[in-house]
Design a protein around this ligand. Sequence first.
Ligand code: G3P
Ligand code: CA
Length: 376
Amino acid sequence: MKRASFCSLVCLLLGYGAVVFGGTTKPTSRPSSRHIKFSPKGKKRPLVIGHRGLSGWYPEHTLGAYRAAMRRGADFIEPDLVMTKDGVLIARHENDITHTTNVAKKFPKRKRTKLIDGVKVTGYFTEDFTFREIRRLYAVQRLPFRNQRLNKRYRVPSLREILKLVQKMSKLTGRPIGVYPETKHPTYFASIKLPMERKLIMELERADFLHKPGRLFVQSFEVGNLKKLHKMVHDLPLIQLLYTPKYQPYDLRLKKSRVTYGDMATPKGLKQIATYAKGIGVPKSMIVPIKGGKRLPPTTLLSNAHRAGLLVHAYTFRNEKRFLGKAWKTPVEEYQYFYRLGIDGVFSDFPDLAYIVRERMWRIGREKGLPLFAPR
Ligand code: G3P
Ligand code: CA
C-alpha cells in the first residue's frame, strides 16, 4: 500500500474511533499485529456488504445510504426488495412501511390489517400504493437511537435507480461494486399476483448485472423462489439465507414440509443447498454462539459449508454497544474475530468500519509476508 493511502487509512481509523468510541481520539481497541493471527492459506479478502446501505448513519434503503456505503469502501450494497401495486420493485425491508417512512402522515386512510407470512400485521403496505404514490413519501430512520437528522432528505428508491447508482459509483470509484438484492415475502407477493422473480431478472439484465461474476448475489430466506431463479438463469449467484435453527422457511412451512433452518445447516442440508446456490447467509450466532452474554467457541457451520463448496456471509454487524453485548469489547474486535475465522463476507450497518478493519489486517499481513484471511 502506498504511504499516502496508508496514512489516510490510519487517520480514518483514528477519526472513526473518535465517533464510535465516545469522543476520544484514541480508539479503545485498535487492531495491531500483536492481536492478529493470520491463516496460512488464505487468499481472498472477505467482502464488505453495506447492509441496507450505510444504514448506521443514514435512513436505511435510501440512495444516500447506498452512495455513502459505496464511497466508504463497501464491495456490495444490499437492497431488500418489495413490490408496489403497479409492479415496481422498491427497496424496503418490509412491505409494511409504517416505521421506515412518513406514510401515516401522508396517507392516513390507507392503514390495513393483513396476514403476512402467517402473521397478522397492521400498517401501511407497499402493495396498496403505486410507485408514484410511494415517491411522495420520505424515508425515515427506524431506530430511535440512531441519527434522525436526515429524515426529510431521501425518498424510497426503485431497484432500477439503485442499479443505476451502483454503475455510476463503480465508474466514479474505479472499482466494480456489486449489488446483493434480497426478495422479501416472495410467496406472499406471488399470492397477490405480484410475483417478483421475472421482474428482478429483467431489471438486473437491463442494468447489465447478469452474468457479471463478482458483481451480483441474490438472496432469500425462502427456498422456492431461489430454485425458481436458478431455473430461470442457471449461473445466477444465489445465497440461501438461514435463520434461527428451530424456524422454517415460510414457503416450506406452507407446503407442510418439516425442514427447518437447522436441518438446512447440517452437512446434508448444505449439500442440498449447493445444488442451486453459491452460498449461505447466516446469523453471526450460528457461527459464534453467544450464551449468557459470552461467546462460545465457533460451530462447525463455516467449515462444513466450505466443504460443501458454499460461500458464507454473516449478518448483521453493528457498532453500537447494545448489539455487541458483553461478547465483544468493540466492533473492531468482532470484525477481527470473524475475519480470522475465514468468513467470506460480512453484512454490516457500518461498512465503513468493516472496510477499515479489513484493509488494516490486509496491510499488516502483507507487511509481515503473511497470507491473509480465509483458509479456502
Ligand atoms: O440479508 C441478510 C440480512 O439482511 C438478513 O436480515 O432482516 O436485515 O434482511 P434482514
Ligand atoms: Ca436483507
